[in-house]
Write a protein that binds this ligand. Sequence first.
Ligand code: ATP
Length: 531
Amino acid sequence: MTTQATTSSLDALTSLSKRRGFIFQSSEIYGGINGFWDYGPLGVELKRNIKEAWWDDMVRCREDVVGLDCSIIMNPQVWEASGHVGGFSDPMLTCRQCRRHFRADHMDDLIAQSEWIASLSEAGDADENGMLTLDQAKLERWIRKRGRKQAKGMALVKDATTHLEAVARTIGEAPRALRDVLVVLGMPGLPDESDPIPCPFCGGDLTAPRQFNLMFKTHIGAMEDHAATAYLRPETAQGIFCNYRNVLDSYRIRPPFGIAQIGKSFRNEINPRNYTFRSREFEQMEMEFFCHPDEADTWYTYWRDLRYNWYIKLGLASEKLHLRDHDPDELAHYAKGCADVEYDFPFGTSELEGIANRGDYDLTKHQEHSGKDMRYFDDQTRERFIPYVIEPSGGVDRAMLAFMTEAYSEDEAPNDKGVMQKRTVMKLHPRLAPTKVAIFPLVKKHGMPEAATQVYEECKKAGVVAFYDEKGAIGRRYRRQDEAGTPFCVTVDGDTVSDGTVTVRDRDSLNQERIAAAEVPAFVAKHLRSE
Ligand code: ATP
């Protein structure tokens, strides 16, 4: 993540999301549970539509990719072979005061988001390079005004008499970088690069980093001993590698080909945050594409660009979407190339999907651990080789959060009396919108409900997801659909009954046009394509 947080737009989105039934906190009536989320009536439809769009574009509309659905719990040896048991861990720091856990590699973002750190400018002066010189009197005032509220855990705040002078002396001497200032605030004395900064939430002192395995453990059967230990999968990819031979042997397909899977994954994230962005239970859309090593670079570029364009096609603005190639020193040791599709979220620019050329690493590891031959024999060239794998790996929940962030807008629309009023509208791509068309009789008499019901039934028959609403003022009904992201509203009025036409209102342009009632399903279906 690279940019400074602005939470206001995320707050507006979370509030709409709860109010209209997109996303709820898991187990909310019991106070929730950190890192877990539930999808409400509108959310579940949006999420399904994202998965459907991915599955259609990646599997159903291609001849070279097939699907798979693997179990979540697999033989624990899978995770030994993949390296997850040994290596799937992040260095973690814990605050001794508030007991929060932080990932060491997230510290810069946390510093950027910390309230008390942001207020430090009041405790001294910053020069044009961002170097700070703290002043004892100002620091004292800062402790009283800010520190006691926002950095309660800091030793300096709890006991200013003991520490204030020493801290002010160390930091007051010369301008210092923010990180050094933070280290001294937490631990009076000359700052050392390896010293931890105080907790970005409460100012308390942090432990040194410790390795923390992100896999959730469980036990199979009645005995909870070591031999019964199993894991909830932290990614869907390994199920694909384990079935690579099964697919080759059972289905008439040969490299280059892909196996795709959508499903739940679980990671015991140290610090779940930013709404659904980093959760402990989430869904992944992954595809492993097996090809000849000589063709891997070409396929890597192909999938990288295709995946980036997929998000644009479904409505993410290209200036907020970035395709970032990893520097060679960022690559995993086995990877031959890697790029991230990133999006400018309200809390910063973050990864939506990674596309990697994983070489023959995974199949080789499984060949070593399982003893099964993972080589492919090409009977035309008589060559036997372990295919290279290109992996586009995206998160459903992150994609949904990006589509919702992009769609959320506030503008003005006329009310029933023609007066312009503020409205909130989710400008979701019609292919993703939970409901495609809402059908309203203008009033509940003169045959209008019957005519509207008929349009509604025709839509359902044609497979167009429709919603019927006859309650309340028409303006109100439009507003509800705008918030739900419904791209079209169809109003049945007095003329419908006599001439068989209806008014179609476009959610984004607010244009209204008259079309034959019988044409509604075809009209809506035409807009559901994303090419
Ligand atoms: P990060 O660096 O953000 O933890 P990652 O690089 O570890 O992510 P991958 O292991 O490449 O992520 O997983 C592939 C995709 O799965 C990510 O691009 C993301 O969309 C999704 N994903 C991973 N972890 C989470 C999570 N905790 N919550 C939601 N989605 C996730």
